[in-house]
Design a binder for this molecule. Structure first.
Ligand code: 2P0
Length: 365
């Protein structure tokens, strides 16, 4: 028996410029570029263990302990085919002694330490962890132990992002830490639709994300179905793609590079608002936010209004994905004030019910 096993983990990312719409649904090529922050704390991650064994009779997958069917030519199947191809071309064809792992079956087990499909981007961290885990198993992304050693890994994180993207679009951004852009690209083959790091996490250590779990249940309209209905029916999306996102991508990149919280916060809130406007402009309309989400917008707006009056600066930015949960970006000095303010309106017992239809806060940096 020859057995190889690796474990990799990837965090959730939260978009400031939202991805919503595909121009190619098989290759997962987006209608606009997007930009996100990868959370760095341990409480919002997927961890995936991959095993390859010459005796395995078929490739199998378990999600949170439950075996899932692998659909032929489905997203997972296509990601694994790309990884096998990369293993063959980048490792086995160059080194005849390398075991032919590309021909062996895999057993893959993945766990999320947060609610799946609650609008907390479980598919992003899930496919990123899976890609990283199989890539490590195949020797595609191993790095030298000493940073001074000159070494070229067979695949860079951006090249692996091309594969994670085909599992779930937003997954390509979770292969990097810090601030990450997914460049939409132009090529029909998708080879230029990849993730790049705008700045590492260490660039802006005082920036924090508070995750407010408004509801941990499964969301009503899946992102995959919802965004394609938007592409088919929303005229506002066409305006967003052509006239809004390109300039926002450069403006927020500049804001991040110069650690300009006012610009970063304003663009983040405006882009969340426009994403939800585009969801409403879909026919039939899609509503992801609920009354608690809207109350959080009102609280942050009032907090910012007072702060601008007193200091001339914003203190917080809300953003909402395909669900009612809020993410609030702020700088370290304001975290306590914001948590106290939110707890005033939405008291919770952290110990009793962090994920049970109540309001919980998780801090990620
Ligand atoms: C984002 N979302 O940029 C946006 C904001 C949801 C709202 O990426 O079909 O789960 O797997 O490519 O990646 C959700 O889309 O969709 C998403 P697929 P995905 O984070």
């Amino acid at each position: 028996m020859s057995l190889y096993q690796t474990t990799a983990s990837a965090p959730v990312n939260i978009a400031c410029i939202k991805y919503w719409g595909k121009r190619d649904t098989t290759l997962i090529l987006p209608t606009n570029s997007s930009l996100s922050v990868t959370l760095s704390q341990d409480n919002l991650r997927s961890t995936t263990t991959s095993r390859s064994d010459s005796s395995f009779t078929k490739t199998r997958l378990w999600l949170n302990g439950v075996e899932e069917e692998i659909k032929p030519n489905g997203r997972l199947d296509r990601c694994l085919a790309e990884l096998r191809k990369m293993r063959k071309e980048n490792v086995e064809d160059k080194n005849p002694n390398a075991p032919k792992l590309n021909t062996w079956n895999l057993h893959i087990a993945s766990y999320n330490n947060f609610p799946t499909a609650a609008g907390l981007a479980s598919s992003a961290s899930g496919f990123a962890a899976l890609t990283a885990s199989v890539a490590a198993l195949y020797g595609l992304n191993s790095f030298p132990s000493s940073p001074s050693t000159s070494y070229s890994p067979p695949a860079t994180a951006s090249q692996l992002s091309l594969i994670a993207r085909q599992g779930s679009g937003s997954a390509c951004r979770s292969l990097f830490g810090g601030f990450v852009a997914w460049e939409m690209g132009n090529n029909p083959d998708g080879k230029d639709s990849l993730a790049v790091q705008v700045a590492p996490e260490s660039h802006w250590p005082s920036l924090h994300a508070l995750i407010c779990v408004v509801n941990s249940g499964k969301k009503g309209t899946s992102s995959t179905a919802g965004m394609q209905n938007t592409v088919l029916t929303s005229s506002l999306l066409q305006h967003r793609i052509k006239d809004v996102v390109p300039s926002r991508m450069s403006a927020i990149t500049q804001a991040i590079l110069s650690k300009d919280f006012d610009s970063f916060a304003k663009i983040t809130m405006q882009d969340s608002n426009q994403f939800h406007a585009v969801a409403l402009d879909t026919f039939p309309p899609i509503f992801y936010m609920n009354d608690v989400s809207r109350a959080i917008i009102a609280i942050i707006t009032e907090l910012n209004r007072v702060s601008v009056e007193e200091t001339g600066h914003l203190v917080a930015a809300y953003t909402f994905d395909a669900g009612p949960n809020a993410v609030i970006y702020t700088e370290a000095e304001h975290i306590k004030t914001i948590i106290q303010l939110l707890l005033n309106y939405f008291p919770i017992d952290f110990a009793a019910a962090p994920f049970h239809d109540s309001f919980a806060l998780f801090e990620g940096g």
